[in-house]
Design a protein around this ligand. Structure first.
Ligand code: F6R
Length: 366
């Protein structure tokens, strides 16, 4: 059942190109150059009535919401709020008929996410769900759904469900942008093309898993890790840190790189690996200055770099190159090596990768 893989987690990491294809296949109509989200149950008129979007989830799915904010606000020019399922109902959220509330969940059963959706229903918001498990509670409660077709996820640490959620959010952003007149056909077809090229890029990264094994061996005994990202990769820094702590039990923190000076820099010494996520474009030079600050304090930099290697980052054995893509899809590509690194470190440490201590696959109590 593990199809020759040592763990479900590794199998599921490797299933990601297929999960991405399966998630966009039914939504992308190549002949007509359209995005169709039939189960979402939100037509042009429905979209026109929306003034604000709330994205809500827990854990890894919450990180998908954070990425979704960057995508949707930029594609659709509509305000997007992001909340943790466990916090949402206690902050007296301002909701009404012009609010679109979207909950995101692999299992569709997470108690706090359900409670957030219930809050939305009671306050009259338009409620939808992005879910992996067909027929789950959230699907039954919401007025419509986008399914992530990741297939069953057995490993407790979420991997393929997460990248499929990012793809579902991309599809949703494009759909909403077209429906609200923010995107023309030509722009849409360029975005679709980027999506179609994504699975092959994921496979390319998977085929290079071995490149990470030296890093895993060098850093497997560290006590703490720091992960830094900016912009749309900030949530991916959080996700990378979460994966490592869940399965290897190494303490790891994700930070927005610009916050480094405001506290975490105090932790940096020779013992501290700092994983930096370097996206090409306007934030690259800013990340580079973070790299220099870390090095100046003797910290060890592990750099994931989009596009070409840059000599200023450090020696090749500390770098992993990420294929170029659209800025909205880069989060998918940066996630994969972070999953692999966490996995390899956990295996070297001999932990129970698929069933980490104290964790449950589906958290159905608050
Ligand atoms: C992390 C992880 C958890 C879940 C969280 C939400 O690897 O798996 O943080 O993401 O419990 O679960 P779902 O998405 O089922 O609502």
């Amino acid at each position: 059942e593990k199809a020759g893989y040592k763990h479900f987690m590794l199998k599921e990491i490797h299933e990601q190109s297929q999960a991405i294809i399966d998630t966009f296949r039914s939504a992308v109509d190549l002949n007509r150059g359209e995005i169709r989200l039939d189960d979402l149950n939100l037509d042009g008129k429905g979209v026109a009535g929306i003034r604000k979007i709330c994205l809500i989830a827990c854990g890894t799915s919450y990180h998908a919401c954070m990425v979704g904010k960057y995508m949707i606000e930029n594609m659709c020019r509509i305000p997007v709020e992001v909340d943790l399922g466990s916090e949402f109902r206690y902050r007296g959220p301002l909701l009404g008929q012009d609010t679109l509330l979207v909950v995101i969940s692999q299992s569709g059963e997470t108690a706090d996410t359900r409670a957030a959706l219930q809050e939305g229903l009671e306050k009259g918001a338009v409620c939808r769900a992005i879910v992996n498990v067909v027929g789950s509670s959230l699907v039954r409660m919401a007025g419509g759904v986008i399914y992530t077709h990741a297939g069953p996820e057995i490993g407790v640490a979420s991997t393929k469900a997460f990248t499929a959620q990012l793809v579902a959010l991309y599809l949703f952003g494009l759909y909403f942008a077209v429906a609200s007149g923010r995107l023309d056909r030509q722009e849409l077809s360029a975005y679709i093309q980027e999506l179609i090229e994504l699975p092959r890029k994921v496979s390319d990264i998977l085929a290079r898993s071995e490149e990470l094994s030296g890093l895993a061996r060098r850093f497997m005994n560290c006590r703490d890790f720091l992960y830094l990202g900016r912009g749309i990769l900030y949530p991916i820094a959080l996700e990378g840190a979460l994966k490592l702590k869940e399965i290897s039990y190494i303490h790891a923190e994700g930070y927005a790189a610009g916050e480094m000076k405001h506290g975490p820099i105090a932790l940096i010494d020779e013992q501290m690996p700092v994983v930096v996520l370097m996206q090409k474009g306007p934030l690259f030079e800013k990340m580079l200055s973070n790299v220099q600050e870390v090095k100046a304090r003797g910290g060890q930099v592990i750099a994931l770099v989009e596009g070409k290697a840059d000599e200023r980052i450090g020696p090749p054995e500390n770098r992993f190159l990420i294929p170029e893509s659209s800025p909205w899809l880069a989060p998918v590509l940066f996630t994969v090596p972070l999953q692999l690194l966490a996995y390899q470190i956990a295996v070297l440490r001999g932990t129970d990768v698929d069933q980490p201590r104290n964790l449950a696959k589906s958290v159905t109590v608050e």
